[in-house]
Structure formats: structure tokens, C-alpha cells
Design a protein around this ligand. Structure first.
Ligand code: DLL
Length: 443
């Protein structure tokens, strides 16, 4: 089965709006009746479900914040009895309790459909072999990509994350056509294979579907050249469904990722006032799930900062989103300066000796906040240097790179940060293989 859903994906905008409105009205009635949290939120404002007649009325509805998911943990925000959910997923919260989301059978079908659409846009086709290196388990990445790839008609290798040697052996034995994983794991794989003396032509992958964490064009360039693939972005979050909320088309790289807006209605709002912002302006991404049954959300405040816009020259009619440039809640204010970790990533660009694997460590000394940057040395550079010295980190070229980065950060961001160069693969990764970009020791 081919999975380019022409009718939906190229639907004229007026028709798409009509579909969204019809779905929104039903959704609002349903959550008002089924979920006490929403009934209370509406009642407090004197808002009735009938007041939401069109997309233009959406702004009247209050936002749903992550804290509502915490307060109603575990099943309080379900719109169906728990027994009707066929699956549960969790995403790690910043506190001890996770965020829980449920899926009915229809939700699972929807999840598979939007991921299948995404994989098709990423270049994958029925019959190709997908090496799925996202973590399986409570995380939505593994099973989400798995069901979507099967729905598209691919052969799925559910290898999960890690085990790099085995990943390499099986990709060669089975001639895997595509890999899906985090961008940082794709970089790790590329580094590892280079170390083994494998040329990109010897790697069977043609496509890499990367997401679950922010990444940049320089990471794309490194993955594409290192693995000999076309790499595209997949975005999503557990609260909305998981991966497959949006996806970049492999032939339209760098122009943004299509949001499957027949199911997930996006808005961009001001991070301080919550006021809706026009297309193209950066702000907080907010989603309303138009068709989900078990865990629907109205105006969910993702905390992800990006912009949305229509691309009239694109293949599909759906709206696109730019890369995630930061998180509203991850924004650090250091000695009065607003700081996103992606700014440090940008400063790393062009400093040849260093990798993209970095972490900001925020601490407090007296009343002053301090930021230190830990960044891993590039694997190749490390391999060369270790042949001549035992103490690679004290090598002149490394000390020089450290000074250069410190200087660049100061001049580009306006903050003095201590820079600490690390041996490759020594900064801690979390369970899903994600590199936690900020370690805040002040909390
Ligand atoms: O990370 C779902 C996913 C799995 C997406 C596999 C793509 C691939 P959560 O664990 O709930 O879900 O984390 C969601 O991760 O709000 C973003 O901050 C970040 N994120 C996810 N995809 C991207 C991306 C999955 N492509 C949170 N670019 C989101 C930037 C991303 N950030």
C-alpha cells in the first residue's frame, strides 16, 4: 500500500478548515461532558461548548498545561474508561511522576496512520527495511515508529536503541534501507562506523528519520555525509500522540515540517501573554488534538518554541513548522541574559575539533548563576591524538579549542562560561538515548 494520502495531504485550505471545525466542535462537546477538568475550566469562564463555533473561537478556550496532566494523574484526563484504552505510554516528567497518555484502538490506528504518512514523506516506501533504533517501552518513539512503518508496508527490525556493534552487523546482513533514531544516536553511529574504517557507501541506509530532540543543519550535514543518507526531521510529543505530529519532506529539507493538521491543530502564542501570534512569528507551539479518543487535549501548551507558516510552493497543503529553537521552560536567565542551549550549539559550529555532544551545567555561586559547558571531543580527533599523547585533554590543540569556544560564546551570546572538553561518549545520556542539554544544579 502506498501511503501518500493525496485527498487529505493536498486538501484545499477551505475544506481543511471545515473539517477541522467540524472535529473541533465535536471534541469540545465531548471533553466538556467527559472530563471534569475541562468542565470546570469552561464553567469558571462562563464558556459553553456551543460558544465554540469555529476555529476563530479557539482562543476563548484556556490552555492545558503540563501541570494539569500531573494533577489529574493517572487517569483523570481520560475521556474514556481506562478499560477502553488498549495501550498506555509515559513520558518522563521533570518530577518523580511521569506524564501518562492512553490510546483506544482508534487512537492506535491514528498514531500508525500519521507515522506512516510521515515515513512516506521521509522517503520510505513499502517493502523497505526499517531499522528502528528508537527506544521501545514507555517512550512513544519505539512502538510509534514500529506501527507506522508496518502500516506503510515496511519490514521493521525492532532493534531499539544502543548496541552499536549489533546495529552495524544487522544493518549490513539485512541491508536495512532506513534507520530511525535520535540525531545524537545517528551521530554516534556515524562516528563509530568511521572508526571501523567503513565508508558511507558501505552503509546500506538511504534514509534517516531523526527526532525526539532538537537538532540543527550542521547535525544534518554530519549525519548525511557520515551515513550516506537523506536525513529528515520527525517531531512529536507524547501528550499529543507521540512521533508523527509533524514531519519534514525529504525533498523539501530545511523548509519546515508538515503538521498533520487534520488531526493536530497548531497555534503559536506569545510565551508571556498567551496571545495568538501571526504565521511566521516565533512563540510557544500549542496543539489541540482534533480526533483523539482516550487522551484528548485542548490547546496544550507544549513549551516548544518555533513558528508555523504555509508554504505555497510545497507538495502538500498542510501547515509547516520550523525547527524547535528552544523550550519556553528551558529558557535560562543567566545574569539577566536569556539563554537557549541551542545558542551554545550555534557557537560550536565551525570549531572542528569538537563534536555536537554538549551539555550546559548551571550552578549558583553565592547569588550569581554560572554556566559551564561540557562538550565532547570529536571521535576522530580523539583517535588521532591518543596515538601521540596519553593526556589528550591537555594537548595544545584541545586547550586551544577550549579557549576559542569560550571566546566565541562570550562574543556571540554575551555570557562568560567555563568550557570543559570531555572524552567522547562521557557525558551521561538518559534512558531513551537523549542527551540532556541542561543540567540545572540550582534546583
Ligand atoms: O520525543 C516523541 C518522538 C519520538 C518524536 C520519536 C520524534 C521521534 P516526548 O518524549 O514526549 O516525545 O518528548 C517530546 O521532545 O516537546 C520536544 O521538546 C522534543 N522533540 C521531539 N521531537 C523533536 C524534534 C517524543 N524533531 C518533546 N525536534 C517535544 C526538536 C523535538 N525537539
Amino acid at each position: 500500500m502506498s501511503y501518500f494520502n493525496r485527498e487529505i495531504e493536498t486538501m484545499p485550505l477551505e475544506k481543511l478548515r471545515a473539517l477541522q471545525e467540524e472535529r473541533l466542535k465535536k471534541l469540545v462537546q465531548k471533553v466538556y461532558q467527559k472530563i471534569p477538568h475541562y468542565k470546570q475550566a469552561f464553567d469558571e469562564l462562563g464558556l459553553r461548548p456551543e460558544d465554540i463555533r469555529s476555529i476563530e473561537d479557539l482562543h476563548k478556550i484556556p490552555f492545558t498545561y503540563k501541570v494539569a496532566l500531573r494533577e489529574n494523574y493517572p487517569f483523570g484526563l481520560f475521556a474514556v474508561p481506562r478499560e477502553e484504552a488498549v495501550r498506555l505510554h509515559c513520558s518522563s516528567g521533570t518530577t518523580g511522576k511521569p506524564i501518562l497518555v492512553g490510546y483506544t484502538q482508534n487512537d492506535i490506528n491514528l498514531f500508525a496512520e500519521v507515522v506512516a504518512r510521515s515515513l512516506y514523506a521521509a522517503g520510505c516506501r513499502p517493502g523497505m527495511l526499517m531499522q528502528n533504533a528508537y527506544g521501545y517501552g514507555l517512550f512513544t518513539g519505539g512502538l510509534g515508529l514500529h506501527y507506522g512503518a508496518e502500516k506503510l508496508g515496511m519490514t521493521v527490525l525492532p532493534i531499539s536503541g544502543g548496541g552499536t556493534e549489533k546495529q552495524i552487523m544487522l544493518m549490513q546482513d539485512f541491508k536495512s534501507d532506513a534507520i530511525c533514531c535520535t540525531p545524537s544516536y545517528a551521530l554516534t553511529l556515524a562516528e563509530h562506523m568511521k572508526q571501523k574504517g567503513m565508508a558511507p557507501e558501505e552503509i546500506p541506509f538511504k534514509y534517516a528519520v531523526l527526532g525526539a530532540e532538537p537538532w540543527t543543519e550542521s547535525v544534518r550535514a554530519a549525519v548525511e555525509s557520515g551515513l550516506g543518507v537523506k536525513a529528515s526531521n520527525i517531531y512529536g510529543l507524547s501528550e499529543i500522540i507521540g512521533p508523527g505530529v509533524s514531519q519534514e519532506d525529504v525533498d523539501e529539507k530545511g523548509t519546515g515540517s508538515y503538521i498533520w493538521e487534520d488531526h493536530f491543530f497548531p497555534e503559536i502564542v506569545d510565551k508571556d501573554t498567551g496571545a495568538p501570534l501571526p504565521y511566521g512569528k516565533e512563540g510557544v507551539l500549542v496543539f489541540t488534538t482534533l480526533t483523539k479518543e482516550a487522551s484528548p487535549v485542548l490547546r496544550y501548551w507544549t513549551n516548544d518554541i518555533t513558528s508555523i507558516y504555509y508554504d505555497r510552493s510545497a507538495k502538500r497543503s498542510h501547515i509547516k513548522m520550523g525547527p524547535i529553537i528552544g523550550r519556553a521552560d528551558d529558557m535560562l536567565i543567566i545574569r539577566g541574559v536569556n539563554l537557549f542551549h541551542t545558542q551554545v550549539e550555534a557557537a560550536l559550529d565551525g570549531l572542528g575539533l569538537l563534536s555536537n555532544n554538549y551539555q550546559l551545567v548551571v550552578s549558583r555561586s553565592g547569588s550569581m548563576d554560572e554556566v559551564a559547558v561540557n562538550v565532547e571531543l570529536d571521535q576522530d580527533v580523539f583517535d588521532i591524538l591518543i596515538q601521540t599523547t596519553e593526556d589528550v585533554l591537555q594537548h595544545d590543540s584541545v586547550l586551544n579549542a577550549q579557549k576559542q569556544l569560550q571566546h566565541k560564546i562570550k562574543s556571540e551570546i554575551g555570557l562568560s562560561m567555563k568550557v570543559c572538553i570531555k572524552i567522547p561518549q562521557t557525558i551521561d545520556r538518559s534512558e531513551g538515548g537523549k542527551l540532556n542539554r541542561i543540567l540545572d544544579l540550582r534546583k
